[in-house]
Design a binder for this molecule. Sequence first.
Ligand code: APR
Length: 251
Amino acid sequence: MSIKPSDFGQAGSTSRSAPRIVVLTGAGISAESGVRTFRDNDGLWENHRLEDVATPEAFLRDPALVQRFYNARRAQLNDVGCNKGHQALAEFEAAWPGEFLLVTQNVDDLHERANSQNLLHMHGELRKVRCSRTHTIYPHSGDILEDSLCECCNEPNLRPHIVWFGEMPLFMDEIYRALDTCDLFISIGTSGHVYPAAGFVEVANNAGAHTIEINLEPSQVRDNFAEQLYGPAGEVLPGYLQQLLSDWQQN
Ligand code: APR
């Protein structure tokens, strides 16, 4: 099923302003770049217990193990590049005449490298570190070692700038404001296991938006979407977004 921009949006709207779009991405969009997802075969959570590396308790218990886990993820960013899916989103954003917000659960920087502009990392960023005491955030591309000192207090208080399980995701007010007024919500490459992101589709549905899931396979929350498109993001997204733009331009 293909839906034209004129078919979605706030019920009763007759204005010609371009639909407001919110996109949510998850690990699937970076999979074709060689970044491992979490819950697929050979995903990160197959080799690590998330309780050991992705909770505040794990960091208190064994900071060296947690830092090693994220140091490895951070180092891997040197060996990967953005793919056609990231590029298609950035090119679409540059061409789209209306509001566009990209919310990612990913902590890699591949959307930035594709040149996406209006981008929020709700689960943090690998290439940033945070002071556990003052909460100051710094850019950081190397390892964090046990004796690495933070710039603000000159003490070894650095932690990865990552939202762990049990912590509050970032930018939630801004994200919900955009969802509450969006006309189209596109979810890409996420399994729908982790809230609040998995619940964004319902917020968009309540706002009267058209909702579409683009994923390799049906997610946990597939039934909440009005439309579904299955295949690798790098193959499916460029065509879908090009069609969306040309439908709008010809409308
Ligand atoms: N194209 C599109 N989708 C893909 C591709 C691809 N090439 N490869 C895999 N996928 C899909 C998988 O089918 C799966 O549904 O991407 C999804 C990845 O799901 P998860 O591994 O669960 O990743 P994600 O949904 O981003 O996880 C959410 O959980 O562990 C936490 O904080 C972590 O941000 C992460 C959050």
